[in-house]
Design a protein around this ligand. Structure first.
Ligand code: GLP
Length: 269
Protein backbone atom coordinates (compact mmCIF):
# COMPACT_ATOMS: atom_id res chain seq x y z
CA UNK A 1 0.00 0.00 0.00
CA UNK A 2 1.14 3.50 -0.75
CA UNK A 3 0.31 5.89 2.10
CA UNK A 4 0.17 9.63 1.47
CA UNK A 5 -0.18 11.81 4.56
CA UNK A 6 -1.48 15.34 3.99
CA UNK A 7 -1.85 18.26 6.37
CA UNK A 8 -5.53 18.93 5.77
CA UNK A 9 -8.70 17.59 4.18
CA UNK A 10 -8.27 20.20 1.41
CA UNK A 11 -4.84 18.80 0.62
CA UNK A 12 -6.31 15.25 0.55
CA UNK A 13 -8.79 16.40 -2.11
CA UNK A 14 -6.05 18.08 -4.13
CA UNK A 15 -3.70 15.06 -3.97
CA UNK A 16 -6.56 12.72 -4.87
CA UNK A 17 -7.38 14.88 -7.89
CA UNK A 18 -3.74 14.95 -9.00
CA UNK A 19 -3.26 11.18 -8.51
CA UNK A 20 -6.52 10.24 -10.25
CA UNK A 21 -6.02 12.57 -13.22
CA UNK A 22 -2.44 11.40 -13.67
CA UNK A 23 -3.49 7.75 -13.47
CA UNK A 24 -6.40 8.07 -15.88
CA UNK A 25 -4.26 10.07 -18.30
CA UNK A 26 -5.56 10.28 -21.82
CA UNK A 27 -9.03 9.04 -20.87
CA UNK A 28 -9.77 12.46 -19.32
CA UNK A 29 -8.20 14.44 -22.13
CA UNK A 30 -10.39 17.21 -23.55
CA UNK A 31 -8.92 16.43 -27.00
CA UNK A 32 -9.66 12.72 -27.12
CA UNK A 33 -12.55 11.67 -29.35
CA UNK A 34 -12.94 8.37 -27.50
CA UNK A 35 -13.58 6.71 -30.82
CA UNK A 36 -9.95 6.05 -31.47
CA UNK A 37 -8.51 2.54 -31.44
CA UNK A 38 -6.54 3.51 -28.37
CA UNK A 39 -8.15 1.79 -25.34
CA UNK A 40 -6.51 4.41 -23.12
CA UNK A 41 -8.84 7.00 -24.62
CA UNK A 42 -11.66 5.88 -22.32
CA UNK A 43 -11.86 4.59 -18.78
CA UNK A 44 -14.11 3.06 -16.15
CA UNK A 45 -14.29 4.85 -12.81
CA UNK A 46 -15.63 3.40 -9.57
CA UNK A 47 -17.23 6.15 -7.49
CA UNK A 48 -18.10 6.54 -3.83
CA UNK A 49 -20.55 8.57 -1.79
CA UNK A 50 -20.21 10.00 1.74
CA UNK A 51 -18.72 13.34 2.72
CA UNK A 52 -15.08 12.32 2.22
CA UNK A 53 -14.92 12.26 -1.62
CA UNK A 54 -16.78 15.60 -1.93
CA UNK A 55 -13.52 17.58 -1.97
CA UNK A 56 -12.18 15.40 -4.78
CA UNK A 57 -15.40 15.86 -6.76
CA UNK A 58 -15.10 19.63 -6.33
CA UNK A 59 -11.53 19.49 -7.66
CA UNK A 60 -12.66 17.46 -10.69
CA UNK A 61 -15.52 19.90 -11.34
CA UNK A 62 -13.16 22.89 -11.13
CA UNK A 63 -10.75 21.30 -13.61
CA UNK A 64 -13.62 20.37 -15.91
CA UNK A 65 -14.86 23.99 -15.84
CA UNK A 66 -11.34 25.18 -16.58
CA UNK A 67 -11.44 22.79 -19.61
CA UNK A 68 -8.46 20.84 -18.29
CA UNK A 69 -10.31 17.52 -18.20
CA UNK A 70 -13.43 15.96 -19.69
CA UNK A 71 -15.59 13.06 -18.54
CA UNK A 72 -17.19 12.34 -21.89
CA UNK A 73 -15.16 9.14 -22.33
CA UNK A 74 -15.78 7.96 -18.78
CA UNK A 75 -18.09 5.15 -17.73
CA UNK A 76 -18.76 5.08 -13.99
CA UNK A 77 -20.07 2.59 -11.46
CA UNK A 78 -21.01 3.69 -7.96
CA UNK A 79 -20.31 1.45 -5.02
CA UNK A 80 -23.75 1.26 -3.48
CA UNK A 81 -27.33 2.43 -3.07
CA UNK A 82 -29.79 2.20 -0.20
CA UNK A 83 -32.72 -0.20 -0.48
CA UNK A 84 -36.22 1.00 0.29
CA UNK A 85 -35.90 4.60 -0.89
CA UNK A 86 -36.55 5.64 -4.50
CA UNK A 87 -33.76 7.16 -6.64
CA UNK A 88 -35.65 10.46 -6.52
CA UNK A 89 -35.37 10.62 -2.70
CA UNK A 90 -32.97 13.44 -1.74
CA UNK A 91 -31.10 11.00 0.55
CA UNK A 92 -30.57 8.37 -2.16
CA UNK A 93 -27.09 7.93 -3.58
CA UNK A 94 -28.61 8.59 -7.03
CA UNK A 95 -29.54 12.08 -5.81
CA UNK A 96 -26.20 12.51 -4.04
CA UNK A 97 -24.19 11.76 -7.18
CA UNK A 98 -26.40 13.90 -9.40
CA UNK A 99 -26.17 16.86 -7.01
CA UNK A 100 -22.48 16.62 -6.17
CA UNK A 101 -20.91 15.46 -9.40
CA UNK A 102 -22.87 14.33 -12.45
CA UNK A 103 -24.88 17.50 -13.06
CA UNK A 104 -21.70 19.59 -13.04
CA UNK A 105 -19.68 17.60 -15.60
CA UNK A 106 -20.03 16.20 -19.12
CA UNK A 107 -20.38 12.51 -18.25
CA UNK A 108 -23.00 10.75 -20.39
CA UNK A 109 -25.88 10.02 -17.91
CA UNK A 110 -26.43 6.67 -19.67
CA UNK A 111 -22.89 5.68 -18.73
CA UNK A 112 -23.08 6.76 -15.06
CA UNK A 113 -24.28 3.66 -13.23
CA UNK A 114 -25.56 3.30 -9.68
CA UNK A 115 -26.95 0.04 -8.24
CA UNK A 116 -30.69 -0.22 -8.94
CA UNK A 117 -32.75 -0.90 -5.83
CA UNK A 118 -36.24 0.21 -6.93
CA UNK A 119 -36.96 -3.22 -8.41
CA UNK A 120 -38.57 -6.51 -7.38
CA UNK A 121 -35.50 -8.71 -7.54
CA UNK A 122 -32.51 -7.21 -5.78
CA UNK A 123 -30.24 -10.21 -6.16
CA UNK A 124 -30.85 -10.18 -9.93
CA UNK A 125 -30.13 -6.45 -9.92
CA UNK A 126 -26.78 -7.19 -8.22
CA UNK A 127 -25.94 -9.86 -10.78
CA UNK A 128 -26.81 -7.47 -13.61
CA UNK A 129 -24.56 -4.82 -12.09
CA UNK A 130 -21.63 -7.26 -11.98
CA UNK A 131 -22.27 -8.19 -15.63
CA UNK A 132 -22.34 -4.52 -16.65
CA UNK A 133 -19.02 -3.85 -14.93
CA UNK A 134 -17.52 -6.82 -16.74
CA UNK A 135 -18.96 -5.74 -20.10
CA UNK A 136 -17.46 -2.29 -19.60
CA UNK A 137 -14.05 -3.95 -19.23
CA UNK A 138 -13.71 -3.79 -15.44
CA UNK A 139 -13.01 -0.81 -13.20
CA UNK A 140 -9.77 1.07 -13.88
CA UNK A 141 -9.78 3.22 -10.76
CA UNK A 142 -12.00 2.76 -7.72
CA UNK A 143 -12.47 5.70 -5.33
CA UNK A 144 -13.23 4.67 -1.75
CA UNK A 145 -14.11 6.31 1.55
CA UNK A 146 -14.17 4.24 4.73
CA UNK A 147 -16.69 3.75 7.51
CA UNK A 148 -15.63 4.18 11.14
CA UNK A 149 -15.84 0.39 11.52
CA UNK A 150 -13.61 -0.20 8.49
CA UNK A 151 -16.38 -0.87 5.97
CA UNK A 152 -15.93 0.01 2.29
CA UNK A 153 -19.00 0.43 0.11
CA UNK A 154 -21.49 -1.10 2.51
CA UNK A 155 -19.40 -4.20 3.16
CA UNK A 156 -19.84 -4.38 6.88
CA UNK A 157 -17.58 -6.37 9.25
CA UNK A 158 -17.91 -10.06 8.50
CA UNK A 159 -18.34 -9.54 4.74
CA UNK A 160 -16.89 -12.27 2.56
CA UNK A 161 -13.63 -11.26 0.94
CA UNK A 162 -14.83 -12.67 -2.39
CA UNK A 163 -18.33 -11.15 -2.28
CA UNK A 164 -19.99 -9.77 -5.47
CA UNK A 165 -22.63 -7.02 -5.61
CA UNK A 166 -25.41 -8.06 -3.24
CA UNK A 167 -27.73 -6.83 -0.48
CA UNK A 168 -26.11 -6.16 2.89
CA UNK A 169 -27.75 -5.31 6.20
CA UNK A 170 -26.26 -2.16 7.70
CA UNK A 171 -24.88 -2.28 11.24
CA UNK A 172 -26.35 -0.11 13.97
CA UNK A 173 -23.10 1.89 14.00
CA UNK A 174 -23.24 2.62 10.26
CA UNK A 175 -26.89 3.64 10.52
CA UNK A 176 -26.00 5.96 13.42
CA UNK A 177 -23.02 7.40 11.50
CA UNK A 178 -25.22 8.06 8.46
CA UNK A 179 -28.18 9.39 10.50
CA UNK A 180 -26.81 12.92 10.05
CA UNK A 181 -28.16 12.89 6.48
CA UNK A 182 -31.67 11.80 7.56
CA UNK A 183 -34.33 13.31 9.86
CA UNK A 184 -33.48 10.61 12.44
CA UNK A 185 -31.71 7.26 12.72
CA UNK A 186 -35.08 5.54 12.27
CA UNK A 187 -35.24 6.95 8.73
CA UNK A 188 -31.88 5.40 7.71
CA UNK A 189 -32.54 2.36 5.53
CA UNK A 190 -31.62 -1.00 7.05
CA UNK A 191 -30.21 -2.56 3.89
CA UNK A 192 -28.27 -1.53 0.80
CA UNK A 193 -27.17 -3.04 -2.51
CA UNK A 194 -23.39 -2.80 -2.56
CA UNK A 195 -20.46 -3.88 -4.69
CA UNK A 196 -18.76 -6.70 -2.84
CA UNK A 197 -15.20 -6.88 -1.59
CA UNK A 198 -14.50 -9.20 -4.53
CA UNK A 199 -15.83 -6.55 -6.93
CA UNK A 200 -13.74 -3.82 -5.31
CA UNK A 201 -10.58 -5.95 -5.32
CA UNK A 202 -11.01 -6.55 -9.07
CA UNK A 203 -10.44 -2.84 -9.76
CA UNK A 204 -7.05 -2.22 -11.37
CA UNK A 205 -6.21 0.58 -8.95
CA UNK A 206 -7.74 1.87 -5.73
CA UNK A 207 -7.68 5.29 -4.12
CA UNK A 208 -8.93 5.26 -0.53
CA UNK A 209 -9.48 8.64 1.12
CA UNK A 210 -9.97 9.32 4.82
CA UNK A 211 -10.11 12.49 6.87
CA UNK A 212 -10.71 13.30 10.53
CA UNK A 213 -9.95 11.73 13.87
CA UNK A 214 -13.08 9.56 13.65
CA UNK A 215 -11.38 7.48 10.95
CA UNK A 216 -7.98 7.12 12.69
CA UNK A 217 -8.63 3.70 14.24
CA UNK A 218 -10.26 2.27 11.10
CA UNK A 219 -7.22 3.46 9.11
CA UNK A 220 -4.74 1.98 11.58
CA UNK A 221 -6.57 -1.36 11.46
CA UNK A 222 -6.82 -1.22 7.65
CA UNK A 223 -3.19 -0.36 6.98
CA UNK A 224 -1.31 -1.99 9.86
CA UNK A 225 -3.69 -4.49 11.41
CA UNK A 226 -4.16 -8.13 10.55
CA UNK A 227 -6.20 -8.86 7.42
CA UNK A 228 -9.57 -9.80 8.81
CA UNK A 229 -13.22 -9.75 7.76
CA UNK A 230 -13.83 -7.80 10.98
CA UNK A 231 -12.11 -4.86 9.23
CA UNK A 232 -13.30 -5.24 5.63
CA UNK A 233 -10.92 -2.57 4.26
CA UNK A 234 -7.92 -4.57 5.54
CA UNK A 235 -8.28 -6.78 2.45
CA UNK A 236 -6.79 -3.84 0.51
CA UNK A 237 -3.40 -4.94 1.88
CA UNK A 238 -3.64 -7.66 -0.78
CA UNK A 239 -4.28 -5.19 -3.59
CA UNK A 240 -1.27 -4.59 -5.85
CA UNK A 241 -2.11 -0.95 -6.51
CA UNK A 242 -3.87 0.61 -3.53
CA UNK A 243 -3.11 4.18 -2.49
CA UNK A 244 -4.40 5.62 0.78
CA UNK A 245 -4.57 9.42 1.09
CA UNK A 246 -5.06 10.72 4.63
CA UNK A 247 -5.14 13.98 6.50
CA UNK A 248 -3.04 14.28 9.66
CA UNK A 249 -5.98 13.40 11.94
CA UNK A 250 -6.89 10.19 10.08
CA UNK A 251 -3.18 9.21 10.02
CA UNK A 252 -2.64 9.99 13.70
CA UNK A 253 -2.78 6.40 14.97
CA UNK A 254 -0.42 4.89 12.39
CA UNK A 255 2.64 3.32 14.06
CA UNK A 256 4.82 3.76 10.96
CA UNK A 257 3.72 7.28 10.05
CA UNK A 258 7.29 8.65 9.89
CA UNK A 259 8.25 5.84 7.54
CA UNK A 260 5.31 6.54 5.18
CA UNK A 261 6.18 10.25 5.06
CA UNK A 262 9.82 9.41 4.37
CA UNK A 263 8.91 6.87 1.67
CA UNK A 264 6.68 9.38 -0.07
CA UNK A 265 9.39 12.05 0.09
CA UNK A 266 11.83 9.65 -1.57
CA UNK A 267 9.28 8.83 -4.23
CA UNK A 268 8.82 12.50 -5.10
CA UNK A 269 12.55 13.22 -5.31
C1 GLP B 1 -21.23 5.19 3.72
C2 GLP B 1 -20.82 4.77 2.32
C3 GLP B 1 -19.32 4.51 2.24
C4 GLP B 1 -18.55 5.67 2.86
C5 GLP B 1 -18.96 5.83 4.30
C6 GLP B 1 -18.20 6.93 5.03
O1 GLP B 1 -21.35 4.12 4.57
N1 GLP B 1 -21.51 3.61 1.90
O2 GLP B 1 -18.95 4.34 0.89
O3 GLP B 1 -17.17 5.44 2.75
O4 GLP B 1 -20.34 6.13 4.31
O5 GLP B 1 -18.78 8.16 4.76
P1 GLP B 1 -18.13 9.55 5.12
O6 GLP B 1 -17.14 9.83 4.05
O7 GLP B 1 -19.28 10.51 5.08
O8 GLP B 1 -17.52 9.43 6.46
Amino acid sequence: MRIIVCESAEEVALRAAIESIEYLGEALSTQSSGKSENPEASCVLGLATGSTPLGLYREWIERYRAEEISFRNVTSFNLDEYCGIPPSDPQSYHSFMHENLFRHIDIDPAKAHIPVTDCDDLSQSGERYEAMIEEAGGIDLQILGIGSDGHIGFNEPGSSFSSPTRVKTLTKRTREDNARFFPSVDHVPRTALTMGLGTIMSARAILLLATGKGKAKAIRDTVEGPITAMVPASILQFHPYATVILDAAAASELALIDYYVDAERNRQS
